[in-house]
Every structure is written in structure tokens, then in C-alpha cells.
Write a protein that binds this ligand. Sequence first.
Ligand SMILES: [Zn+2]
Length: 325
Amino acid sequence: MIEEILPNLYKIEIPLSKSPLKALNSYVIKNSERNLVIDTGWNQEECMNAMQTSLRELGVDIRKTDFFITHLHADHFGLVSNLMTDTTTIYFNQPDADRFRSGFPWDDFVTFARLNGYPENELQAIRQTHPGFMFRAKDDLVFYILKEGDTISIGDYVFKCVETPGHTWGHMCLFEPNKKIFVAGDHILNNITPNIQLWSDEWNPLKEYLASLDKVYEIDIELVLPGHRGISKNCKERIKELKNHHLRRLDEIISILEKGNKNAFQVASQMTWDITYDSWDLFPVSQKWFATGEAISHLKYLEEIGKIKTEMRGRGRVYSLNMDA
Ligand SMILES: [Zn+2]
């Protein structure tokens, strides 16, 4: 459960039961004055127990601990509301803090999902099974907002903030230039690919994500500490793989639309997913939700570069190849 990465820097695994992610990596930096915990796990009992047991084993006093949260998703952020005390500082980014304050946007999600062909009966089920909703942080929280280039000093470590939007609006990583370690959150993962979802017309997350990958490619990183699965040394190699993955995805969607116009839910059902179910119909509701959000982010990207176009058919949005392109 606990792994020492560097002096006073530990990785602890917080289990995420029934999630294909399996566990969250929380990183703990021990220091005589204030400790720092990076990312926390869901707001539920099993995560809380794992966190408390590990901190106890490390001799970390929660009353002398601050938190840095890479992004808004509940598996990273949710538990912080149960761990904080009167003296806790929670470091966070402005775009995700704004979304947190405006509350979980169920109605907007449902309207957007319906527009994209999401079946009505499954829309009702998703509310009961969406981990981001079930295990979210529930209190009013006060944040210390960090921006690009800001630093957090703790013991021998001086972490520099690197804004990496894409996985969420304000996703933020930390880079330690002397040790050349990079706390990646869900920006760079190893054995799995970060989920890039879109559930509104507000932005183009895949475009931002690819730009954030290019930005991190330029940084001299020796060790990546990701939010899930194992740590890794081949940062540049992995960034190339992640970019290729999304380019293949875009090609796949083009070939799906070559066979006929479709809504986003239908596109998602025909994409290949790295998940152990025999058919799309057998996917758990929450996995279909993630898959559809991923399909929409890629459709949005293709639409913005003019490769595909959308039109309204009845109450739904349908995508087709742009023959003028
Ligand atoms: Zn995430």
C-alpha cells in the first residue's frame, strides 16, 4: 500500500472498488512543520479507512497536513472534505474551483446527453451509479488558488505548478525541477489512457489536452508520478503514445461516420474500448457514460477542424462527414 519514492515522499494506494481504475495514487510529502497530501480518493468509507491507516503508518498528523488537488474529479478530490481540519490549506485551481462552487450540473448533463442520443431509461440510471456524483465532496470548501508558475515549498521539495487543461478545465500538475519529478494527476497515465470527456458546448477539451501534452513534452522530467497505476520514467515516450492514441481515435470515428450519419451515443457504441465486456449492451451504465463523453470530445475536435459537421434531426444532434473538407 505504501511505497517510498524519494526521501520523505511516499505513494499510497487508495482503493476505488468496482472502478476499472482500481486505485488512486495519493502522494504524501512528510515534513516537520506541515505535511502535504496530493489527491485523496472518493468521499466514502473504504477510501477514508485506507487513507487514515496509511497516514498513521507514516506517522503523518492530519492536523498538520495540507492538500494539493490536481483536479475536480471525485476520485482525487472527494475525500478532502472529510480529511480537512480548521487549519488545513487546500491548494486548487480556479477553473475547477468555479465548477465545484456551481454544484454538480446534473440537469445540464442530462439535457446534453439527451441531445447526443443517450437513451432515456439509462439517463435515469446514471444518477444512481455515477461515482463522480455519489462520492463527491459535499461541504463548502475554501481554496488557496494556484496558477501557472506558482510554487509550493515543503522540506527539500519546491513544486512548480503547471496548468494542464484537458482532462478537466483546470487540471494542474506539479513539477519539481531539482528532482525532475512530475506529479501528473490524470494528465499522463501509464497502462491506461486518461479519459477526455465533453458534456457541454463550452469548450474543446481534446484540443486543450493535446496542447497540454505538447507543453509537458518540453519539460525535463525523469520520473512521472501519475494519479493511477504505476510510476514511470519514460515521459516523452508516453506522451507520444497518448497523442497517437487520440489520433487513432479520430481516424476511427471518421471511418465509423463513413458508414453513415450517427449521433454521439451510436458512435461511442461502435468505437473499440479497452474494457472486459463482450458487447456494448453489457457495459455498466457508468462506463457507457464515460465512453459517450469521450466520443463527444473527439467529435467536437473533428467538427472544429472542419472534418465533420452536425445537424439537428428532431431533438437530437447528428454527425456526418463534411464532404466539402
Ligand atoms: Zn480524473
